[in-house]
Design a protein around this ligand. Sequence first.
Ligand code: HSE
Length: 429
Amino acid sequence: MSNSLGVGIAGLGTVGGGFLKQLKSFKAKSNSESNIKIVQIAVKNKRKKRNFSIRSLPLISNAMELASNEEIDIIIELIGGSSGIAYKLVKKALSNKKHVITANKALIATHGNELATIAEKNKVCLNYEAAIAGGVPIVKAVRENLRFNKISKIYGILNGTCNYILTKMSRDKRDFKDVLKDAQNKGFAELDPTFDIQGIDAGHKISILSSLAFNIKVDFKGTYIEGISKIDASDFIFAKELGYSIKLLAIAAINGSQVEQRVHPCFVKQDSDISKVDNELNAIVVNDNVIGSNIFEGPGAGAGPTGASVMSDLMDILRGTYILPLGSSIDKKKKSKIKKITEQKFPYYLRILAKDQSGVMASITKVLSSYKVSIESIIQKPSHKKSYAEIILIIHRIKESTLLLALKKIKGLKTVSSSVKLIRIEDSL
Ligand code: HSE
């Protein structure tokens, strides 16, 4: 490392604080202070309470200044959000031939193709290790190594907030809202937790991984997304009794030219590896036809893990490592052909609230059988609702569109309440 590089930082929250701490310890250890110079740091609010001192830092308030400052070679974007200032800044910086490091998954998922095109044309880096699974080096692993092994499936737990909520609800029988508050206090939920809870955050991340793994363009809009807010305490009890856990999984798979990109709650076998990944941890499994299966597990958020990933992206630039932003040239990437969720086949968990009276079970199974839905197991439990029962079914693999037709008929039965729940079972883990 001989060249001195000027760095500009936009945003100084959890990730920025973690990065500055890492940088300090790196400089102390390596004695190479002259190589990295923090030229400017743009912050929205200089008075904001932070758990580190900002007194000696070169603060400015207009982030866009970074993109035209000639002393700056690398911009670290830590503002967040798919549009607005983060997008403008990154686009301008790349156009001005500055390298960019970002932790912004929403930005890469939404504008990744456009930004990668500019970076590629100007031969500058666009690195985003901190954007996916925090401290887990999954971008590097897929973008630089594993994709050459013909990846067939990449899946896992990509949202720590949801994993934490599901773990606590399952173990401590705690209420959704109460556990969410806990996750926010611990600092891994987004400021606006809607993106976590609704599966959007995991959707951003899997859309990017899918592009890297299958050499296709990033297609966030094509990703099927469903969050965790409809899962309640009883689902955990029934899942356990049937030998399953409930996890929010993000899954991308390829079969011929058809791609699956989906995020939704899944029943997973209690003895599967993914079922054992608890609390706020993230885990990603990569299946390829050379190595077989690789599992990456670690903290997906927080100052240390994300700061370390930003640091490693910076080290790559300092070393002169140039990797195309989306792994290969954007011109060589095909447009994805994403298979609709309704065209896919899964086994399912169904939970039907119905009148507790004779003939009800028979009328439900009659509808199912008329759509050739085959039942693997069935249990009935008393409901909290007076004179109603919960009917729990595990059904064999069937096309989702067919199941939805059957459920529509079932919901129309006089003895069935409109509350019919469906959770897909991921049995190929
Ligand atoms: N909010 C995210 C999560 C962390 O809960 O996993 C940052 O991507």
